[in-house]
Each structure stands twice: as structure tokens, then as C-alpha cells.
Design a protein around this ligand. Structure first.
Ligand code: NDP
Length: 448
């Protein structure tokens, strides 16, 4: 069988069917070269046409979300849930509320989620959902009414053993609370239906910190392999949401100086090291803009309308933690000039494909999101376990398990890349190792 031709034909068909779904096709284009290498070595998976089957989502749900604003006007948004692949467990993946949400964005996120979840070694399939609703600038009452309406439809499609959503951009503890409350009223209670719940009702210790901490643990294991550590390193972070805050917190705790953080309006540069407690106060408590940060930090500078990735300063590690395609080819070249050694994605697909090529050409160690940010979903799966056994584990226990999981993910990516003769190609490592487990499960279940 001509593997190159087989993979190319799958891509061409997809390009015709999903023409215009830019982010989705970008995620596919990042994935397919790894599949060529894998299928050349394991042709039985190509004979069974597993790749084409896996690329087709099992189910795509789209629905209307009507809600009333504070003035009494009826408004409408679109809701979605992509149930992409359930071969190794119930669909699992966050909900995103952001005006940029559409089918393409959610399909890319759900597709990546399949392999991320597989890499954790836990029994969770891939899914994602959300809405083009923008919680920014809305009152608490408006957010609550929107969440209630969203769940009034979504509850028909989810459940603790079938599909378990969590948070993502624009969906934090407040939104999860409203969504959970609505599910409980309609279905008469089922604790395990959502993860990322507050600690007062069935939430897991470390879930809030998990994605950011996990990304830093991944890098720590990589540094450890190089006989190095975070101690004394300069780290640049984008975003100032859930992932960014806890990535900054853990990197600083391990001895690094974090120089930046940002939001969609601009970025802050603080040569004394970002004061994470202050960022929490501004973003988590007050829901204000990051520009507020410089009001109380005398050496910090706010760059309005600029990206962190335009910064020209020396640093060692970059952690893009905001959103997809935030770092392009030109900016990747700036990072190389700045002397960056490691780029690890806290966000999903924050680097464009061209940017990733620039890193590869310049021997920058690039850690893709599906491996580096898997800590969030891993602790979500641990939350599901705790909910099932009606127990709550300590912070230390869950944090320790998170660290072990990130170590395993790092090692499996490293070893798989080596096995294919492509040392340090963590993209190939993550794609191949993630795919293999799912493909084997599909084959053994007779899904061909
Ligand atoms: P939050 O909503 O908590 O924070 C998002 C941050 O990114 C905010 O600072 C936001 O700024 C900024 N941002 C969003 N869109 C843009 C944009 N278009 N341009 C510049 N900045 C932007 O989300 P999370 O921290 O939860 O998620 C961040 C990333 O991490 C996403 O890619 C998500 O998919 C990924 N991720 C999250 C996980 C989790 O557990 N939360 C798990 C794994 C991955 P502003 O306030 O101005 O919008």
C-alpha cells in the first residue's frame, strides 16, 4: 500500500468536505505527517482504514441558545458539542464561551483532545463544546441565564458515563456552577457530569491549578533530562487566565523569573518578576484588565495593543497560554533571536504551523499542547474517579498524581520520537503515542 498516497487522499477529501474550516484543517495538517511515519511502520492500521474512520467525528451537535438580557431583550447564541471519539472512554473535553467559537474551532479542539486524553493513560475519549456567547461585559444574572439555557439543551446529550464537559476559555468556576445547578435540577442529580466543580461540591483539589502546573511539570521533566532545572531561568508567559496564572505560579516556585503576562488588549513586562498574587486579584477576583497591574508595580511596563511575542529581550522558556494561533512565524523568529530554548504550549495550538517549523529549524525544543497541557484533563479524570467513589483526595495526593502523569507523558513522547529516529520531535511522539492507543481500541472493538 502506498501510505503517502493514502494519507494524501484522506486530506484531499477532508479539504473538500470541510472547506473553510481553517483551524480544524490546520490541526489535521499538523497531525498527518506523523501518521505517514506511523502507518509506514504499522501498515495493518492503514489496511483497516482506521485513520479515515477516526478523523470523522462520531457526533456533532449544534443547538440554539435563547436567553434574556438585563433589559428584557431576547438574545440568541449558538451552542455546540462535538463528540469526537469514544474508543477509550466517555467523551471528555471543555466548554468554551468566546465570540470566536465556531464549528472549525471546536472540531480542532475536539480532535486534539482525543490524543491528549489518550496520552494521559486514563479512560477518557475526546470531545469539546461551547458557544459564541461572550461572558465579558455581561452581568452575573445574564451569565446565569445563558448557562441555564445552554444546559437546558446540552443535558440531553451528556452524562457521567457518556460525556463529561469541563471549563475552557470563558468557562470558569462561576459558569461551571450555573451549568451544574441546572443539570442537577433537570436530571435530579448526578455529581460526575461536569468537572472543574468548586471544592464545596464534588470538585477536586488541584483542578484549578492542574493545566498550568502540569505544563510546568512537563518542562521540568524535560529540563531534568538535560541535567538542568527552572532555577534562574527567565520565562515568558502569555495570557492571564486560568492556565497562565498557575503556570506562572509554579515556574516562580521552582526558581524561575516570569517576565510577562497578557490579555487580549496588551501585555505587561515586569523585570522584577510577575507578582502572581496581584494578577489573581485583578483577573480572578475583580475581573479587570491586565493594564491595572502596572498601577502598583513601579518597574513594570504595560504595552497596549501589543503581543508578548513581539518582546525583544533575552529569555530561556516561552509558555504560550492564551489562545490558538497567537504566535506566528515572524514572532517565532523573534523568540529564536531572544535565545529561547524551550517552547511549551499551555494553550491549544497557540503556535501556527509555520512558527513550529521555525522552532524545528533552530533546534528549539517545542512541546505541543496536546502533551504539555494534558494536566488539566488528567485531573478532571481524577475528579471523575473521586466523584464515583464519593471521596475527596488531598491536594498533595492529586498534585503527586498529576506530576507522575506529566512525567509519563513526557517520557512516552520522548521515547516514541526516538523510536522513529526523530529525537526531540515531541509532535511526532505525542501524535503517534496518542493515536496508537485509540486505534488499537477501535480495532479491538470491531469499529472497522
Ligand atoms: P481563560 O479564559 O481563563 O484565559 C484566557 C486568557 O487568554 C485570557 O487572559 C484572555 O484574555 C487571553 N485570550 C483569549 N483570547 C485571546 C485572544 N484572541 N488574543 C489574546 N489573548 C486572548 O482560559 P484558559 O486559561 O482556561 O485557557 C487558555 C488556553 O488554554 C486555551 O487555549 C485553552 O483551550 C487551553 N487549555 C485550557 C485548559 C484548562 O484547564 N482551562 C486545559 C487545556 C488547555 P482576555 O481576558 O482579554 O480575553
Amino acid at each position: 500500500m502506498d501510505i503517502k498516497k493514502y494519507v494524501k487522499e484522506i486530506r484531499e477529501k477532508l479539504g473538500e468536505k470541510d472547506n473553510g474550516q481553517t483551524e480544524y484543517l490546520q490541526a489535521i495538517d499538523e497531525f498527518l505527517p506523523s501518521m505517514e511515519a506511523f502507518l509506514a511502520k504499522n501498515p495493518e492500521f492503514a489496511e483497516a482504514n482506521i485513520l479515515e474512520l477516526l478523523i470523522e467525528p462520531e457526533r456533532v451537535i449544534q443547538f440554539r441558545v435563547p436567553w434574556q438580557d438585563d433589559q428584557g431583550n431576547w438574545r440568541v447564541n449558538r451552542g455546540y458539542r462535538i463528540q469526537y471519539n469514544s474508543a477509550i472512554g466517555p467523551y471528555k473535553g471543555g466548554l468554551r464561551f468566546h465570540p470566536s467559537v465556531n464549528l472549525s474551532v471546536l472540531k480542532f479542539l475536539a480532535f486534539e483532545q482525543i490524543f491528549k486524553n489518550s496520552l494521559t493513560g486514563l479512560p477518557i475519549g475526546g470531545g469539546k463544546g461551547g458557544s459564541d456567547f461572550d461572558p465579558k461585559g455581561k452581568s452575573d444574572g445574564e451569565v446565569m441565564r445563558f448557562c441555564q439555557s445552554f444546559m437546558t439543551e446540552l443535558h440531553k446529550h451528556i452524562g457521567p458515563n457518556t460525556d463529561v464537559p469541563a471549563g475552557d476559555i470563558g468557562v470558569g468556576a462561576r459558569e461551571i456552577g450555573y451549568l451544574y445547578g441546572t443539570y442537577k435540577r433537570i436530571r435530579n442529580y448526578d455529581a460526575g457530569v461536569l468537572t472543574g466543580k468548586p471544592l464545596t461540591y464534588w470538585g477536586s483539589q488541584t483542578r484549578t491549578e492542574a493545566t498550568g502546573y502540569g505544563a510546568v511539570y512537563f518542562v521540568r521533566h524535560l529540563l531534568n533530562d538535560l541535567n538542568d532545572s527552572f532555577e534562574g531561568k527567565k520565562v515568558v508567559v502569555s495570557g492571564s487566565g486560568n492556565v497562565s496564572i498557575y503556570a506562572m505560579e509554579k515556574a516562580a516556585e521552582l526558581g524561575a523569573t516570569v517576565l510577562t503576562c497578557s490579555d487580549s488588549n496588551g501585555f505587561v513586562y515586569d523585570p522584577d518578576g510577575i507578582d502572581v498574587a496581584l494578577v489573581k486579584e485583578i483577573k480572578e477576583k475583580k475581573r479587570e484588565r491586565i493594564s491595572k497591574y502596572v498601577e502598583t508595580r513601579k518597574n513594570a511596563v504595560y504595552h497596549d495593543g501589543q503581543s508578548v511575542w513581539d518582546l525583544k529581550e533575552a529569555y530561556d522558556i516561552a509558555l504560550p497560554c492564551a489562545t490558538q494561533n497567537e504566535l506566528n512565524k515572524e514572532q517565532a523568529a523573534i523568540l529564536v533571536e531572544n535565545g529561547v530554548k524551550i517552547v511549551a504550549e499551555g494553550a491549544n495550538m497557540p503556535c501556527t504551523l509555520d512558527a513550529v517549523h521555525v522552532f524545528a529549524e533552530n533546534n528549539v525544543l517545542y512541546c505541543p499542547g496536546k502533551a504539555a497541557n494534558a494536566g488539566g484533563v488528567a485531573v478532571s479524570a481524577l475528579e471523575m474517579s473521586q466523584n464515583s467513589e464519593r471521596l475527596s483526595w488531598s491536594f498533595e495526593k492529586v498534585d503527586g498524581m498529576l506530576d507522575d502523569i506529566m512525567k509519563n507523558i513526557f517520557e512516552i513522547c520522548r521515547d516514541t520520537a526516538k523510536e522513529y529516529g526523530q529525537e526531540n520531535n515531541f509532535v511526532l511522539g505525542a501524535n503517534v503515542a496518542g493515536f496508537e492507543r485509540v486505534a488499537e481500541a477501535m480495532l479491538s472493538q470491531g469499529l472497522v
